[in-house]
Each structure stands twice: as structure tokens, then as C-alpha cells.
Design a protein around this ligand. Sequence first.
Ligand code: CA
Length: 235
Amino acid sequence: MRILVIEDERKVASFIKRGLEEERYIVETAADGQIGLDLALNNVFDAIVLDVMLPKLDGYSVLRAIRDEGNATPVIMLTARGTTEDRVQGLDLGADDYLSKPFHFEELAARLRSILRRSTTEKTTKLQCGEITLDLVTHFAFRDEKEIELTTKEYALLEYLMRNKDRILSRSMIMQHVWKHNFDPESNIIDVYVKRIRQKIEKPGQTQLITSIRGVGYRMREGGSHEPEVEASAE
Ligand code: CA
């Protein structure tokens, strides 16, 4: 994920940059509004952290110019005064969130994760894992462009696994998201459904896309089950 930080206070900018880099984001910084706007319009970022009080071009003008170009990159505004009018103005101009200075880095990181999550779920219309594609608009699943017939529940489970590709999902997480009720540890319904989906999406002799994580749950990933399965740990 690439983040653009537009902030003229050098200390604040480097504090944000360092923190975000520790969380494995790729970070670019701009020390005034004009440079920031140029960077925002000529590059693709996953999110922008935008200070309001900036030399050359203030944060509101930068935001307005970005949105006028039809650029929908999520923006978090950093407001110094933190008055209601400030916040409202930013949100009216198309900011996704705001944070009043001074703030804790953890809070910025949490807000950033939240808007990144929102933007990926809203803007993505297709999910991909290996040869499997899910069309989130028509709710069809395809393998190499050939439709896979799934029941509603099978589709919901596959979608949940694909939205969380590479993540280990516990049985209770799957239960809550796909079946919307709490996990009955006696039930093997998830295993039954995973087995059915596997039969539909995987070809015999090929790497499994959905790996069973012993004692925990499942994980879907490209390249499947090369790694040893993880033992159950604190859930
Ligand atoms: Ca400033």
C-alpha cells in the first residue's frame, strides 16, 4: 500500500512516515500543498494523509483539486484547530476521515486501516485467487472464464475466503460471517461446505487453493499448501 503524506511540519511528517513504514506501507511525503497535489495527481496512492494548514496551497484546496479531477483516493485530513466547521468542511469536500492534532500514531494507523478497508470493499468488483474469479456484481464464480455453479452459501463462503486471501480464518470467524450465528463447536458444517467448494474449484492433482489449518480453520491462497500447516494457537 502506498501512502502520500502532505504535511509541512517536518517533525510530524517524519513521525508519520516512520510509523507507517514500520507497518510496511510505502510512504512519500510532500512539504507543501502544491507539491502534494502534483504528486497526488500524477501517481497512484492507496490513501493520502493531508494536513489542513499548508504553505502554497492549503489542505482544503488540495482536496478540492484532487476530487475535481475525479480522483477518489481516500483522504484523511489532519486538522489543527479541530473545530466542527473544519471537520465539516473537509468532509463536505470529500475527505474520508479527519484527525485532530495532536494525535497518537496508533489512532492514525487505525483510521488508515479502516478507510483502506472501506475503499477496497467498495471499489472492487472482482476478486481473484489463482484461476478463480468472483464477480461481486453478478455474484458468479469463474474458473478460467468458465462459470462454476455455486449455491448461495457456497458463494458466500468462497467470497469470504477470497476477500481474506492469505489470512488464516478461524472456524468461528467463518461461522459469524457466512452463517451469521455463533459457532457450534460440534458442527462440521464449515468442513462440509469447504469440501464441496474444493470439489468445484480445484482440479485433481493441482495445488489446493484452500488449505486446512489444523485446529484453527482455513486459509485461501495462491500456491496453496506448500507450507506446513500451522498448529492451533491462541485464537
Ligand atoms: Ca501544517
